[in-house]
Design a protein around this ligand. Structure first.
Ligand code: HEM
Length: 427
């Protein structure tokens, strides 16, 4: 990124104006404070696939506000404690057992354990094979749609009105199939959850007295629920320009895998965090959610993991009207990319930003909490942040309590894996 104009960079890509925000000051000024920046870019191929119904893709307006209100009412910090703490407690306990039984497949165990918890919390029961298969395909469809240059319709949106049988309109046929899968993945578990006895996101959202009789409200609850879980993690996404996060599950498992890698590299920090846990709860207990405020060093390790390698390194917004910043005109429908990674590596805010140093949050003055950026901005800030914070704390605390996190052995010798990360939506 150029150093001369660190707050904003203009570029032409496929006839859309792309603005990259690299500084936290500009992000605060534009994305946190101004609603004009709370829209998402229009991506015709994704819209043909029905993805516009997903909260992460929805344009700014009443529909988005209502879906976010539904999410917030069931995912705020009080709701996380009252409704979901037992889901989080049992998921993290189950993960400990799974890792004790199969330490070699830790990556899959973490991913599927978090995915199952999010689906269970949303619909009241764990995903079956059919759901998992469809979700995997839906993620692949989305990845395909977001390959911006692959689809002529993204450059010429009027093509979306071609009938599917029209010569050259194979993209429409593909989109029709993909939309059907997306709707199936969203509708089937929703209607099954309506009859579930156990409380889950869908049941509680529908019981909301004020709106419960309206069909429109029911549909919003259905799509809000469908937005909590994205499917399975696509591993080779290369469309960084369209980095719209889709997932509750993949972000958390990505964080936990980064945390394990960092603990392998920083045995001294791992030891200090482990000692803090023992000093707080003793040898014979497992940490629980109520211990969060008693473990400041562990909280600092979590903050530093967010900062060092943000689970979602870019967030994409768009403008719904023209605006102006420091004498520069920002047109309507510009793509505005928040470079979260750059913000959490600002040397003015984080001394030696490439060093993993949890103590920076315990000193006076303390470094700013990076979660102000890693969960996104303003009216599009992640609605799952309180849930994510609780799940991350409990899993991290229990993993540290129960395991020594060490490098793998090759021919009897420890081999420390490099701090390498893939290019993806969620890394
Ligand atoms: C470590 C965990 C997580 C991180 C770092 C994270 C980060 C983010 C970021 C950066 C955004 C984009 C914000 C923006 O555009 O300004 C976002 C959006 C979103 N997140 Fe998360 N997230 C996490 C966990 C979750 C969880 C657990 C859920 C749900 C259960 C969730 C649901 C969503 C949804 C629905 C959106 C779209 C919001 C919108 O477009 O209005 N996320 N997240």
């Amino acid at each position: 990124m150029p150093s001369g104009q660190p707050w904003v960079v203009y570029a032409e890509a496929s006839k859309v104006l792309v603005i990259v925000i690299n500084s936290s000051t500009a992000a605060f000024e534009l994305l946190d404070k101004r609603s004009v920046f709370a829209c998402r870019p229009s991506i015709p191929m994704a819209e043909l696939m029905g993805r516009q119904n997903n909260v992460g893709f929805t344009f700014y307006g009443n529909r988005l506000r209502e879906m976010r209100r539904i999410m917030h009412s069931l995912l705020n910090s009080t709701a996380v404690n009252s409704h979901w703490s037992h889901f989080i407690e049992s998921q993290s306990l189950e993960l400990v057992h799974r890792l004790l039984n199969s330490p070699d497949t830790f990556e899959q165990e973490i991913e599927s354990s978090i995915q199952e918890m999010i689906v269970c919390l949303t619909y009241g029961k764990k995903p079956d094979e059919e759901y998992t298969k469809t979700a995997k395909q839906v993620m692949f469809d989305t990845w395909t749609a977001l390959q911006h240059h692959r689809w002529t319709v993204n450059a010429f949106p009027l093509l979306r009105y071609l009938p599917p049988w029209f010569p050259g309109a194979s993209f429409k046929r593909l989109a029709v199939d993909a939309k059907e899968r997306f709707e199936r993945m969203t509708r089937l578990p929703f209607f099954a959850a309506k009859t579930e006895m156990d409380p889950c996101f869908v049941r509680l959202a529908l019981e909301d007295d004020q709106h419960s009789s309206s069909m429109e409200h029911e549909e919003l609850v259905m799509y809000a629920a469908g937005s909590l879980f994205s499917g399975l993690s696509p591993t080779t996404l290369s469309t960084r320009l369209l980095n719209i996060p889709l997932a509750g599950a993949d972000t958390i498992s990505g964080f936990l895998l980064t945390f394990l890698l960092l603990m392998i590299h920083h045995q001294d920090i791992q030891k200090r965090a482990h000692e803090e846990i023992l000093a707080t709860i003793g040898e014979h207990q497992l940490p629980c959610l109520a211990d969060q405020s008693s473990m400041p060093f562990l909280q600092a390790v979590i903050q530093e993991t967010h900062r060092f390698h943000p689970p979602v390194p870019l967030a994409t917004h768009s403008t719904y009207a023209e605006d102006e910043y420091e004498g520069h005109r920002i047109p309507k429908k510009a793509w505005v990319l928040a470079n979260i990674w750059a913000m959490t590596h600002e040397s003015e805010r984080y001394d030696q930003p490439d060093t993993f140093n949890p103590d920076r949050y315990l000193q006076q003055p303390a470094a700013p909490d990076p979660r102000m950026q890693t969960f996104g901005f303003g009216r599009r800030q992640c609605p799952g942040l309180h849930l994510a914070n609780a799940v991350i704390f409990l899993n991290v605390a229990r993993l540290l309590k129960c395991f020594a996190i060490l490098p793998p052995l090759e021919n009897g010798e420890p081999v420390v894996p490099p701090l390498d990360f893939k290019t993806a939506f969620i890394s």
